[in-house]
Design a protein around this ligand. Structure first.
Ligand SMILES: Nc1c(N[C@@H]2O[C@H](COP(=O)(O)O)[C@@H](O)[C@H]2O)[nH]c(=O)[nH]c1=O
Length: 591
């Protein structure tokens, strides 16, 4: 902008004014984009990690008219919330988004909210990192005549570059998901000034201060899972809970080749939060049975190494993992290239001990020049401790754009990079994410002799477990689920109640659950024409819910799952296709 005006104007005074105006313009854009990035993280710790969206709507005079952020996967988009808050001030305003809209493939709620509100200009921090969503919302907004500027594309400046960096950081997990097959992993440890994570006896309580450990609880609350090795379980008997009093508690993962683990451990108490043990295939079958009897999920791997385990949890839709392991596992994870960021709490204390363990074990480096240098290092004092954090791998800026299926076909028709006969879907941000029961598509379903609206299929499905049971506690469950603020909260309540108080569940649930799900899907896909179109567009392909651990509704890790969700969607699709072929026949007969 400034460059263009400089070329056109003659008097230096005007140029300066225009230039300054351009710079102010940038400063304003940068400050609102940074605000949107901050907003986008507001749900951290409340819900499980999801794509972070924040939206600030500013009037032409630079006043904030409305703000919003995505609370959880499958809830109202940030843009729609900001438009609601801004009301009539949206007309002619500018909307600032940390990231291009698109929590759900094929969903237009965010863009239509901005278009219908009469927003005049949109500034976007970064394009959506996922290939199937990247660029479509920007194209759609421009097609409605909205001026859309993307930082780093339409104009550059230092202040804007810094704002753009904030947008990259708040969605680092999603960006890493877009271009690697592992979740974003953060290695955290606390060590004494002389580099020990425990005394030589193994005693470690406590190295870092209470304030630092509170920060650790926050880090846990921002993670899908916290992972430790067997040694940590034996030494510390940790709980690994978030203990920050907010909503989200991460799954605990133990990696143990031998399953040489104690019978009694805090991690085997899964009443509040689940635990998964990753082990070598065939290890200690009797102990695996013991863990299963405690409600601990055991996942076997042919090769138990950090990359295999991380690729598996990537399939489970995990975005962020916190490694709180000992030095041996930390070294193995770093060597496997799965650690992206390191967070070290350094306490001003000396413990000594030639055998005292250090944070990172053997990496095979013999010269200091081989040391791994952190990038974007931050230093922060936390109480008496020093927090040093930085990236082992930079957040990829310009992603290797994975060519879409059509683009690949154009390049070389003989190459068929995608198994087009099978369509996998899982998280709402995945391709065909709208097929997920967590997608933000409210449905109106018959309820008793009335109708009720449910925020998602998941809300409706979970509530139905407790319908028709005399026990007043069952009615409470239905209400608690119906009013849950997100599909994930509805699932959490439904599943934990079913596990803890099975007597509250309707006696015929196992017989009716498929029918309940089918009715909900039928309502969803007939309520939203674009979803029905998307479903019909998959004709000829097998639909599989790519959940590697839900072996009833999902496809399972090696296809061993029953995939009932995929089956019901295919059944619905053929019903629609049958209808449309019948109607096409009628039409042709009518001609
Ligand atoms: N000793 C030590 C840490 N130890 C880490 O915390 C785990 C215990 O978690 P929890 O049982 O939830 O309190 C332990 O297994 C180890 O991974 N962490 C820190 O931030 N600072 C400390 O000084």
């Amino acid at each position: 902008m400034a460059a263009l005006s400089f070329r056109l104007c003659s008097s230096p005074l005007i140029c300066r004014a225009t230039l300054d105006n351009g710079r102010n313009h940038h400063a304003t854009d940068a400050s609102f984009i940074r605000r949107a990035a901050d907003l986008s993280e507001m749900s951290a710790g409340l819900t499980s990690p999801h794509p972070n969206f924040g939206c600030v709507i500013a009037t032409p005079s630079g006043k904030v008219a409305g703000e919003g952020y995505l609370y959880a996967q499958g809830t109202k988009p940030a843009e729609a919330l900001a438009v609601e808050a801004a009301g009539e001030f949206c007309r002619g305003s500018t909307a600032y988004l940390n990231m291009e809209p698109g929590d759900c493939h094929g969903d237009h709620t965010a863009v239509s909210a901005l278009v219908e509100a009469g927003v005049g200009r949109v500034v976007v921090g970064i394009r959506h990192p996922l290939q199937h969503l990247r660029g479509s919302a920007i194209r759609e907004m421009r097609s409605h005549g909205i001026e859309v500027n993307v930082l780093g594309e339409d104009f550059q400046s230092k202040v804007l570059e810094d704002a753009r960096k904030c947008c990259l950081l708040v969605n680092a997990p999603l960006i890493h998901r877009a271009c690697s097959r592992v979740p974003f992993s953060l290695l955290k440890y606390a060590m004494t000034l002389d580099g020990k994570i425990a005394a030589s006896s193994g005693h470690a309580a406590w190295i870092s201060s209470k304030l630092s450990r509170t920060r650790v609880f926050e880090l846990r609350g921002r993670s899908d899972a916290v992972i430790v090795g067997g040694n940590t379980v034996r030494q510390d008997d940790p709980r690994l809970t978030a203990r920050h009093g907010q909503g989200h508690t991460p799954t605990r993962i133990v990696m143990s080749q031998s399953l040489d683990l104690p019978e009694k451990a805090n991690l085997w108490d899964v009443s509040e939060v689940s635990t998964i043990v990753a082990t070598q295939r065939g290890a200690r079958k009797s102990y695996q049975k013991f863990l299963a009897s405690k409600g601990v999920e055991v996942v076997e791997f042919d090769m138990l190494n950090p990359r295999e385990v991380m690729e598996y949890f990537h399939l489970r839709g995990y975005l962020s993992i916190l490694w709180e392991c000992g030095g041996t596992l930390a070294a193995s994870a770093i060597a496997s290239g799965v650690i992206h960021k390191v967070v070290a709490f350094i306490a001003p204390k000396i413990i000594g001990g030639s055998k005292a363990p250090s944070p990172v074990g053997e990496l095979g480096m013999v010269e200091m020049t081989q040391a791994l240098n952190l990038i974007d290092v931050c230093y922060e004092q936390v109480g008496p401790d020093m927090l040093v954090s930085g990236f082992l791998q930079p957040v990829p800026d310009l992603l290797p754009v994975i060519p879409s299926e059509d683009a690949t076909f154009e390049i070389d028709p003989s190459v068929n990079p995608f198994e087009s006969s099978i369509i996998f879907f899982y998280k709402t941000w995945d391709l065909y994410g709208s097929f997920s029961n967590f997608s933000p598509h409210p449905i109106r379903m018959p309820y008793g002799d009335d109708y009720r609206t449910w925020s998602s299929v998941e809300h409706y499905y979970q509530a139905n477990k407790f319908v028709g049971v005399e026990n007043p506690l069952s009615h409470d469950c239905v209400e608690k689920i119906r009013t849950a603020k997100s599909p994930e909260e509805a699932a959490l309540v439904g599943r934990s109640k079913q596990r803890q108080q099975p007597e509250l569940v309707r006696s015929d649930w196992e017989d009716v659950k498929i029918e309940v799900m089918y009715m909900a899907l039928k309502c969803k896909f007939s309520t939203y024409p674009h979803l029905k179109t998307m479903l019909l567009s998959t004709a000829g392909s097998v639909l599989v819910e790519a959940s590697p651990h839900d072996l009833f509704w999902g496809g399972g890790r090696e296809g061993e799952g029953l995939n009932y969700l995929g089956r019901l969607l295919m059944q619905l699709r053929s019903e629609y296709l049958g209808e449309s072929s019948v109607s096409a026949e009628n039409t042709s007969l009518a001609v």
